[in-house]
Design a protein. Sequence first.
Length: 296
Amino acid sequence: MKILNYGSLNIDHVYRVPHIVRPGETLSSGDLKLFAGGKGANQSVAIAKTGVEVWHAGKVGGDAQWLLDILKDAGVHTDLVRVWDGPTGHAIIQVAESGENSIVLFGGGNQHIEVGEIEATMESFGTGDVLVLQNEINNVPEIMKAAAKKGMKIYLNPAPFSEEVLSWPLELLDTLVVNETEGMELAKSEGTPEEVLDRLTSRYPDIDIIMTAGKQGAYYGRGKAREYVPIVDAPVVDTTAAGDTFLGYYLASRIAGASPRAAMERATVASSITVSRPGAMESIPTASEVDKKLGL
C-alpha cells in the first residue's frame, strides 16, 4: 500500500504577537521566522515521521528548493512535485502568546494544479493505495474522481473550509477528517460535537468521519458506530500543526491495522506533543517520541 498526498506547499511567515490582530488595529510583532509549511506538506511530514512511506504531489515556484529539501530530509518523496514559473504559495501566520493562531493564505502554485497533470501524477498508484487531500489546492474534485476510478482510498481534510466543498463528491471518500467548525459547516447546523457528528453520519453513512473538537477531544462515527477519545493535557505553545499531526498519525495507525479508537488515541498523543512546541512542521513528533509518551 502506497500513500499519495496531493496537497499544498507553502512558505510560512510566522509572526509572534501579543494577541491576534483586530480589525483596524496595527500591531507590532516581536519576532518573525520563515518556515516550510502548508497543510499538505505538514501532513506529509507527519505521515513520514510515523515511519510510513509517503509521496507528495503539488506545485511550487523556483524559490522553493529549500522547502523540498526539508521534506526530503523528513523522509517524504518529492519527485511528484512540479516546479512552475510562478510564485510558491505562502502563509502569513500570527501566533499569539496564548498559543492561538490566525492564518492568511496566498495560493501561488497550489492554485495552479492542471487537470492534464493529474493522471500522470497518479500513474504509479492504484487499488488499495491511499490518497490524502486538503482544501489548499485547486481541482480537488477532479483528483478525487481520478483516485476513485483507480480504486484508491481517499482521506479528505477539507481545511480551510469553503462553500464549494458542499458540492464535492464526498460519497467517494473512505475517511473525512474535520474539526468542529468544519463539521458544523458540512452539517449546515450548530450543536454539540455529538449532535454534529450524528448529522454528518446521517448524511454520509458509508464514510468514516473523524471530528476533532479542541479541548473536548476527538470523535469517530460511521453509521451508528461511535467512539470518543479525550484530549491529552499538555502546555499549549502553538496549535498550528495540531490537526495535521492528528491526521498523519491517525492515517498511519489505521493502515497498520489499528481500530479507529486506537488510531485516535495515538493521534491525540502525537498532537499533544505538537502543540507543546513552537512552529508547524518542525513541531511534529517522531514515532519514537510518541511511543515514549505512550509508555511503549
